[in-house]
Design a protein. Structure first.
Length: 83
């Protein structure tokens, strides 16, 4: 997802901030939060996985359990990345 350069950034909602904190702390996603919060949570978890390549390889086929919701797989060069 490419950021829209024509729009200024917006502040995160309360549940989006909570989801971000949960993702950074490694806590579970709260199902009461919004779809936008889920996107924030999964985006941070995916970024963490990309930054830690060794951990991603060790997760290999089990990566989907680290995300919540839609876990369709994008094909990478040497590994698959769930989104």
């Amino acid at each position: 997802m490419q950021p829209n350069q024509d729009r200024p950034p917006r502040r995160l909602t309360h549940d989006e901030r909570k989801a971000a904190e949960a993702a950074f702390q490694g806590w579970a996603f709260n199902e009461a939060w919004s779809q936008a919060a889920l996107n924030v949570y999964n985006g941070i978890r995916l970024a963490q996985m990309k930054l830690n390549h060794e951990r991603l390889i060790s997760w290999s086929g089990d990566a989907e359990r680290h995300l919540v919701g839609d876990t369709r797989v994008l094909e990478g060069e040497n590994y698959a990345i769930p989104y």
